[in-house]
Design a protein around this ligand. Structure first.
Ligand code: SF4
Length: 379
């Protein structure tokens, strides 16, 4: 089934990989731009909320099937003990939180979790490890590459979040079959130093470039409720919407304050801000999948439906997020049924399908070259 991608995707991917990024492309009546000014995005963000939702819903319908929601399941494959100081995170070793550090899990429990996720309708499986980067983790990285190969072999989209990546590590992950890599910008460039000090905004952008250059789909979004202002939420969207390619996925998290972290006392973000941010991101990045991530379980069903109307079209579902609660599959399926929503198939998003087609083509070229080299000495 993995070889069934239409040839036109492969050709298009080659074009994308070799030309300079356009400042805009047209699809239907809506234009995809990469040259946004911050005040243009601010203007969209400041639109009266129901008008903004209506506009976002119209853009959404030009680029996506509005009845489809991508179901993803997340697994923490290495918990806690992280050297970074992200002030929202229970996995940082700098804070006294309820999260206990553990070693990288074995392959089999991961495959079991992925099988269960697939049986329950999830088409993307994401694995997260609490690390700054992969330096000095050669054997762990090899195990993760094997996890990627195996989960991809089940026909699922596979995503990892492993901290900072080098171009070579990104290349190896792509070759193993990685569909997407998550590396959030979290917030605006201006507010970022108040949230994290152990790695810079530019470090994050560098990892995102390495991922994109390796042909892996980028998943990069933010967290609301960190204490940021409206202009910081606009600043985050401005950063991702002006990337040479929009991230294929933009996760929107609502902070779940964790006891022991510096942000434990933060007020919850209002649903109006959540919806406004989703809708603005939808208008600025029409083809991106917008992912309702941490904190979704605190929203009631009507609020979630409003997020879907505003352009969100993916959720994490299953037993657990990395360290916070998740809505279970049966509840999500029942909710989706009530609102006329259905799960997305694997590789339904065109941008993600193109990148996978390019990977398969490369794998075939490598295989043909290897076979030719084997035959040659016998001639
Ligand atoms: S968010 Fe990631 S990098 Fe930051 S402390 Fe938590 S696990 Fe470490």
């Amino acid at each position: 089934m993995f070889r069934a991608f239409p040839v036109r995707y492969i050709k298009h991917t080659r074009t994308l990989a070799t030309h300079a990024a356009p400042t805009s492309t047209r699809s239907g009546n809506s234009v995809t731009r990469h040259n946004w000014k911050k005040d243009e995005i601010q203007q969209i963000y400041d639109t009266p909320l129901l008008d903004l939702v209506f506009r976002a819903a119209s853009v959404h319908r030009q680029h996506h099937d509005p009845t489809k929601i991508q179901l993803c399941t997340l697994m923490n494959i290495k918990t806690g003990g992280c050297s970074e100081d992200c002030s929202y995170c229970s996995q940082s070793s700098r804070y006294a939180t309820p999260t206990k550090a553990s070693r990288l899990v074995d392959i089999e429990p991961v495959l079991e979790a992925a099988r269960k996720a697939k049986e329950n309708g999830s088409t993307r499986f994401c694995m997260g490890a609490a690390w700054r980067d992969l330096a000095g983790r050669k054997r762990g990285f090899e195990r993760i590459l094997e996890m990627v190969r195996e989960v991809r072999g089940m026909g699922m989209e596979v995503c990892t979040t492993l901290g900072m990546l080098s171009p070579e590590q990104a290349r190896q992950l792509k070759e193993a079959g990685l569909t997407a890599y998550n590396h959030n910008l979290d917030t605006s460039r201006e507010f970022y130093p108040q949230v994290i000090t152990t790695r810079s905004y530019d470090d994050r952008l560098e990892t995102i470039s390495a991922v994109r250059d390796a042909g892996i789909s980028v998943c990069s979004g933010g967290i609301l409720g960190l204490g940021e202002s409206d202009s910081d939420r606009v600043g985050l969207i401005y950063e991702v919407a002006n990337m040479p390619e929009h991230p294929e996925s933009f996760p929107v998290n609502a902070l779940v304050p964790i006891p022991g972290t510096p942000l434990e006392g933060n007020d919850p973000v209002s649903v109006h801000i959540l919806i406004r941010t989703i809708a603005t991101a939808r208008v600025a990045m029409p083809a991106t999948i917008i992912r309702l991530a941490a904190g979704r379980n605190t929203l009631d069903e009507t609020d979630q439906a409003m997020c879907f109307m505003a352009g969100a079209n993916a959720v994490f579902t299953g037993e657990q997020m990395l360290t916070t609660p998740c809505s279970p599959w049966d509840e999500d399926k029942a909710m989706m049924g009530r609102w006329g929503l259905d799960g997305m198939r694997s590789f339904e998003q065109v941008g993600v399908a193109k990148k996978e087609a390019a990977r398969l083509e490369q794998a075939e070229i490598r295989q043909t070259t290897k076979s030719a080299n084997l035959i040659e000495p016998a001639l």
